[in-house]
Design a protein around this ligand. Structure first.
Ligand code: AHR
Length: 512
C-alpha cells in the first residue's frame, strides 16, 4: 500500500545546528598518522597534511571535529603534543596498546581544522588527570598572552589564541575499559570542578559532560541523572554514544535498530529535563551525540583491535562498510535530524581509516567508503528547519542483538515503519529536502507526500543509494562500486509528490 507523508512549512521540530554535522579524529590506528597526516606523501603540504584527504573531507563537509579522543584522551598529557617536535616524548598508549609519537598535537590539529574550515572540539583528560591539566589546556589554547602558558603557545609559533569554544569533559568515564573510569558521583565532582575553572579562564566556552557510553550500560539513566546533578550549572551539553551492529547477520533487525537511537535521545532528554525540573530551572541541557556510527566487525575481535609489540599507528578498527551499513547509517542521520530541537552537536566516529567514511593507502590514494555518501547528503542538504512529518507507513517487528554492555540482551522492536524520513526546509536556499530510507528488503515503497504551505514545488535533484547486493562494498580497487545515482521515479505537481523508493534504498529528494 501507499506510504503517505504530510507536512507543513509552518510546523517545525527545530533548526539544525551547524554542529550537528561533525566528525571525530582520535589518536587511534591510522586516523591521524597515515590518515590526515602523512609527511612525505605525494600530496602532503609542508605541514604533512594530505591534500587528497582534505579534498575528500571538504566533499564530506563535516562542520566540527572532536579531538584527540576517545579512549585515548583518558591517558593523554596534552603537554606532550606541543613544542618542538624533536623533543616530544614517545609514550605507551594504553587505550589502543600502541606507541604514541606525539608528532601531531593540539596546535597541528588546530591548523588542520583551519585548513579544512572546520570548528575544533577539544576533549580534556579527566581519566588519569583532572581539573588542573584541563584548566591549563584552556589557558594554553585560549588565553591571549601575558601568562606562562599563553606565552608558551606563542613561543611555539601560535601567536593568536585558538579560541576553541566547544570542550568535552573527558570521554566515556562510565566504561570499565577507560583509563581511570569513575562512578557517576566521582566523575560528576571532577567534571564540576574542572568545568568551573575552565570557564573562569574563558567564560565563552561551552562544555559537554560525559553521558553513558551506550544505552546498554547497566548504569545508563542513573549515570546521567547523577552527573547532571553535579554539573548542571556548569555545562551546556550531555554526551551520547551509539554504535549499531549486525552481529546476528539479520538485515531487517539491523535496519530497525536505528529507531533505538530515537529512544536513546528521548530518554536522555527526559532525564536532563527531570534534573532541571527538580531545580525548578528553565535551563535546558542540550545533547551532544559525539560518537555515532556502525561498528562491529573490528570491535569484538581483539586481533583486529590490538597488534602485539606496541606498534606506531597500527591498522586497527579499519571497518569495511557495505551497502546495508550505509542504509543503517543513513537511518541514523534521519534520527539526528528529527531531534534537531535537542541534539545540537553530533560527531560521526570517526573520519579517516578508523571506522571511517574515508580510507587511505599509505603512499597511495584516498577513497570513499559506502557511508561517505549518506553523510555528505546529510551535511550538505540537512541545514535548515526540520519539519514535523506525519508518516503513515506499514511497520515490521524485529529483535536486535546488542551485546556490547554488561547486559547481554536482545531488544524487541515491535513496530519499525518501513519508511524512515526527515524533511528539512532551508528558507534561504528555498529548498525542501527529503531524506528517506526504505527498510523493506523486497518491496518498493510508493510514496505520496503532501507539503503544505509551499505552493508549487519542482524537483531540484533526486538521488538514490541502492544495490541488489547488500553486502557490496567499495574497495581501494573499486572505490565507486556503491555511489549515489539519480532517482528517476519522482513526480511533483503543485505541493504533492509521488515517488517510488526501491527496496533497501537511501533516497534524497530536493525540491525547490
Ligand atoms: O571511536 C572508537 C572508540 O569508541 C572511542 O575511542 C571510544 O570513546 C568509544 O568506545
Amino acid at each position: 500500500r501507499n506510504v503517505t507523508v504530510r507536512l507543513h512549512r509552518d510546523f517545525a521540530i527545530g533548526a539544525t545546528d551547524p554542529r550537528l554535522f561533525g566528525a571525530f579524529l582520535e589518536h587511534l590506528g591510522r586516523c591521524i598518522y597515515g590518515g590526515i597526516f602523512e609527511p612525505g606523501h605525494r600530496t602532503a603540504d609542508a605541514r604533512g597534511f594530505r591534500q587528497d584527504v582534505l579534498e575528500l573531507v571538504r566533499e564530506l563537509a563535516p562542520t566540527i571535529m572532536r579531538y584527540p579522543g576517545g579512549n585515548f584522551v583518558s591517558g593523554y598529557n596534552w603537554e606532550d603534543g606541543v613544542g618542538p617536535v624533536a623533543e616530544r616524548p614517545r609514550r605507551l598508549d594504553l587505550a589502543w596498546m600502541s606507541t604514541e609519537t606525539n608528532e601531531f598535537g593540539t596546535n597541528e590539529f588546530i591548523d588542520w581544522c583551519r585548513a579544512a574550515n572546520i570548528e575544533p572540539m577539544l576533549a580534556v583528560n579527566l581519566g588519569t588527570r583532572g581539573g588542573d591539566a584541563a584548566r591549563n589546556m584552556v589557558e594554553y589554547c585560549n588565553h591571549p598572552a601575558g601568562t606562562a602558558l599563553s606565552d608558551l603557545r606563542r613561543k611555539h609559533g601560535w601567536d593568536k589564541p585558538h579560541g576553541v569554544k566547544f570542550w568535552c569533559l573527558g570521554n566515556e568515564m562510565d566504561g570499565p575499559w577507560q583509563m581511570e573510569a569513575k562512578t557517576a558521583h566521582e566523575y560528576g565532582r571532577i567534571a564540576h570542578e574542572a568545568a568551573k575553572m575552565m570557564k573562569w579562564i574563558d567564560p565563552s566556552i561551552e562544555l559537554a559532560a560525559c553521558g553513558s557510553s551506550g544505552r546498554r550500560m547497566a548504569t545508563f539513566g542513573a549515570w546521567e541523572d547523577t552527573v547532571l546533578q553535579h554539573t548542571f550549572d556548569h555545562v551546556e551539553y550531555i554526551s551520547l554514544h551509539t554504535y549499531l551492529n549486525n552481529y546476528d547477520g539479520g538485515t531487517p533487525a539491523f535496519l530497525a535498530s536505528v529507531d533505538l537511537m530515537d529512544n536513546f535521545i528521548d530518554e536522555v532528554v527526559a532525564i536532563a529535563d527531570a534534573v532541571a525540573a527538580r531545580r525548578r530551572s528553565q535551563k535546558r541541557i542540550m545533547l551532544s551525540f559525539d560518537e555515532w556510527n556502525v561498528w562491529y566487525r573490528t570491535r569484538r575481535n581483539r586481533a583486529a583491535r590490538v597488534k602485539e609489540g606496541w606498534p606506531v599507528a597500527p591498522p586497527i578498527l579499519e571497518e569495511p562498510y557495505n551497502m546495508e551499513d550505509a542504509l543503517a547509517f543513513g537511518g541514523m542521520c534521519i534520527s539526528l535530524l528529527n531531534h534537531a530541537d535537542r541534539v545540537k552537536a553530533a560527531c560521526l566516529a570517526q573520519l579517516v581509516n578508523v571506522i571511517a567514511p574515508i580510507m587511505t593507502e599509505t603512499d597511495g590514494p584516498a577513497w570513499r567508503q559506502t557511508i561517505f555518501h549518506p553523510f555528505a547528503h546529510f551535511s550538505r542538504m540537512g541545514r535548515g528547519r526540520v519539519l514535523r512529518a506525519e508518516i503513515d507507513s506499514p511497520t515490521y517487528s524485529a529483535r536486535y542483538n546488542d551485546p556490547q554492555g554488561p547486559i547481554n540482551d536482545y531488544y524487541e522492536i515491535p513496530a519499525a515503519p518501513y519508511l524512515k524520513l526527515a524533511a528539512v526546509h532551508d528558507d534561504r536556499a528555498g529548498t525542501l529536502t527529503l531524506f528517506a530510507l526504505n527498510r523493506s528488503l523486497d518491496e518498493a515503497l510508493p510514496l505520496s507526500l503532501e507539503a503544505g504551505g509551499f505552493g508549487t514545488l519542482a524537483v531540484k535533484q533526486a538521488l538514490q543509494l541502492a544495490d541488489a547486493d547488500l553486502k557490496a562494498m567499495n574497495t581501494k580497487d573499486d572505490p565507486d562500486r556503491i555511489a549515489p545515482k539519480s532517482l528517476a521515479t519522482v513526480r511533483v505537481q503543485g505541493g504533492k509528490l509521488e515517488a517510488t523508493l526501491s527496496p533497501a534504498s537511501w533516497n534524497v529528494i530536493q525540491l525547490s
